[in-house]
Design a protein around this ligand. Sequence first.
Ligand code: AMP
Ligand code: GLY
Length: 442
Amino acid sequence: MKVLTVGGGAREHAMVKALARSGAEIYASMGNNNLGIARLANETLLDKGTKIENIVRWAVDKGVELAVIGPEAPLGKGIVDELEKNGIRCASPNSKAAEIEISKEFMRDLMAKHELPGRVEYEVFDDIEAVEDFLSHYEGDLVVKPVGLTGGKGVKVMGEHLESKREVIEYSREVLNEKIGGVPRLVLEERLEGEEFTLQAFSDGENVIPVPLVQDHKRLYEGDEGPNTGGMGSYSMPDGLLPFVDKETYEEGVEIIRATLEAMKKEGRTYKGIIYGQFMLTAKGPKIIEFNCRWGDPEAMNVLPLLETSYLELCDGIAAGDISNIDVSFEKKATVCKYIVPEGYGIESVAGSRLEVDEGSIEKEGAELFYASVDYKDGELYTTTSRSLAVVGMADELKDAESASEKALSHVKGVNIHMRHDIGKPESIKRKVDHMKEIRGE
Ligand code: AMP
Ligand code: GLY
């Protein structure tokens, strides 16, 4: 079957690998020439995902039957609506359903209106006086979130990025004046304390099939310090849980996703595709930080390589609106993903550095390489301003997956690059488990 994929990051490389493995003929559209995707694709179109008209015309021209979209921006702009109008079935949400990620205001209002489990206290603002007034009565720490998309980089947390109420006001003013996130609106919400985890699930609009849990590391520096990024790396465990998340909590998370998608359906926004729940496990159980209308990046690289079921069959089922008869299973392995990013990523990236990658050696170490936003020009790889490459170590036990990822990193050479070595290491895991115990007062 001819399948259109949209996006040129490591997440999309993971999607394309899983589709190719299950026999799809890939037609890949991407903004940068991702070498990993280009090698697996029958044909490629070099265009940004938001050039919807061009992509749809190209897909129709090529006789594509099914489409799977990687990033949120084209989903928010309605690429699925256009593809479907042109007779191409999609395993990703239409613009009405994608609103769950595109607008943090919509998401919080949906959860409040339907009294969904896992919701948090919040208020929406569009003028600075109202923010000041609200803060003069509010006790406790807050989080400032632009309503629109910011690539994971627009959220600032009081007590971490913002020291005082005055700094909250200053940043709120900046969000409103500079329309960070595209619109002059912001959400102030209660700051949650706990450990974050990612729960993703396939949905055909009716049935929800969860996948193994992953923990991402959004902070730029080791020890979870520094600014938020799109994600520096992640790990998953052979049992699909996490060292600080038990089966019961996992089920609670699944229930939150199920209830949310039921509410979406009631609102006339039936959700098809992979749904991503970013959770904070607090002393009062799991709470929603955000929903994304697509695979997580890096989380897709932890989960998709382990998928034993045909990803093509799953996407076909999602698009057709029925995955109830598909037996979805994953290899019971631990995975550790580590990203190589350009120096200054998350602040001001130094782009254009040449990278040397020894793919054969990475494979021999028991790891997989995923190309991200690198440009392949004249036989050489160059960094861009976004994340460059990801390596994923896989093994029966976490410690072996972690050491495979470290060995894999040693086969990538270049200047002006940065990575976090602490992800998946015993000390890092212990810190998270201890933190959770402290939160629970154990
Ligand atoms: P988001 O873009 O909404 O995923 O937020 C980025 C990061 O900000 C999250 O991964 C959290 O680390 C942090 N964050 C967002 N919302 C909250 C919250 N209500 N309480 C504490 N931290 C938060
Ligand atoms: N890993 C964070 C995200 O995909 O949004």
